[in-house]
Design a protein. Structure first.
Length: 70
């Protein structure tokens, strides 16, 4: 499985994320949490937080596509 490089989207403003189930989310990109900073109960991979009426964390393997919106 090829994972999306989420690092270029950290604090990138408004983005659209399509998850691996095809569901679309639009919101403000927040910080990246590195795999080494994840808790023992979380997946050990990088994740990005999206603020869209609340915060949603997406692991890189859960993202099918991500794009910056103008």
């Amino acid at each position: 499985m090829i994972m999306i490089n989420i690092w270029e989207f950290e604090y990138a403003g408004m983005v659209r994320i399509i998850d691996i189930d095809g569901v679309e989310f639009i919101g403000e990109a927040g910080e990246i949490t590195e795999a080494s900073e994840q808790t023992d109960l979380a997946k050990q991979e990088d994740s990005i937080t999206l603020y869209a009426g609340g915060s949603i964390e997406f692991y890189a393997s859960e993202i099918k596509a991500i794009e910056k919106l103008e």
